[in-house]
Ligand binder design. Structure first.
Ligand SMILES: [Zn+2]
Length: 310
């Protein structure tokens, strides 16, 4: 089997690489600005250019990860957040006909889960749930080595599962979603609010030059021994853990993998997640679950997309 092409379409950048069957990126293009505000036609032409640049001689299979819900035939992208004007686009057909090859499209979080299953922290683990913590909270569920996609392709959206029906309203319209506790902006806003009464926190010192309160700064303060920052990360992890415990219990899955920016905070966050899983799971899971860091890091997008066609 020959190399394949993996493409990760983000709201800001498109990442593209050529990947061999063992999961090595053998050639990677410089990040291409998505320029999403110029509309779908422009983004599609950017993707086509990247495929052509990586193909050279022969037509290679192409896997593409995008935000949004992807049709069950893994070709049509529906209402991707961060890509204005897209609504419903048959991306597989648009790209496939332009470069004469087979194209498989899936949701970026599903791609990340599949990538971890083939090459990362989920290798040799038949079933697991992956949560990707970024601007939003994405999720993917792997059952017996395959992505669980649901009836219309929208399964695994752990970020929009409700953990408190009296909770804050989410961008999605619902209330108390996991994302409203650990999504980047929501998390930072909650911590900023509490920080006003915590004059002892190191965060005041770290922000004194007018810096923005971000999960990274909170994580830095926690690593420097700031009790307030540590507690906030642990609490955010606890909320996430409630959502994970629900998924793990429903599907009888015993492994969770955490990836994305805030996951790098490490122990405080993981401690909170573990506490919640123990507290909200039945004994078979509470006593024997495993929690791992995602292993693919910055390569997750390209490798996950490539995994669709490997
Ligand atoms: Zn939501």
């Amino acid at each position: 089997m020959s190399d394949v092409i993996g493409i990760d379409v983000g709201g800001t950048f498109i990442k593209a690489g050529r990947v061999d069957t063992k999961g090595n990126i053998v050639k990677e293009l410089d990040e291409i600005p998505t320029e999403a505000e110029q509309g779908p036609k422009h983004v599609i032409s950017q993707i086509i250019r990247a495929v052509k640049e990586l193909s050279i001689k022969e037509a290679l299979l192409v896997g593409i990860g995008t935000p949004g819900i992807i049709s069950l035939d893994r070709s049509t992208v529906k209402y991707p957040p961060n890509l204005p004007g897209w609504e419903v686009i048959d991306l597989g057909k648009e790209i496939g006909s332009a470069v004469s090859t087979r194209v498989v499209v899936d949701n970026d979080a599903n791609c990340a889960a599949l990538g971890e299953a083939m090459f990362g922290a989920g290798k040799n683990i038949p079933s697991f749930v992956l949560a990707t913590l970024g601007t939003g909270v994405g999720g993917g569920i792997i059952i017996d080595g395959k992505i669980f996609r649901g009836e219309t392709g929208g399964a695994g959206e752990i970020g929009h599962s409700t953990i408190d029906y009296n909770g804050p309203q989410c961008n999605c319209g619902s209330f108390g979603c996991v994302e409203t506790y650990i999504g980047r902006a929501y998390f930072a806003r909650r911590v900023a609010h509490k920080l006003e009464t915590r004059k002892d926190s190191l965060l005041h010192e770290l922000l004194k030059d007018g810096g923005e309160l971000t999960p990274e700064i909170i994580s830095r303060a926690a690593n420097k021994g700031d009790a307030f920052a540590y507690e906030e990360l642990r609490e955010a992890g606890y909320y996430l853990g409630v959502g994970l415990a629900n998924v793990m219990g429903l599907f009888d899955i015993h492994t969770a993998i955490l990836g994305g920016g805030i996951a790098q905070a490490g122990e405080p966050l993981f401690e909170g997640v573990r506490r919640a899983i123990v507290q909200f799971s039945q004994p078979p899971i509470a006593e024997s679950f495993a929690l791992h860091h995602a292993a693919l890091g910055n390569n997750a997008g390209i490798l996950g997309a490539a995994a669709l066609v490997l």
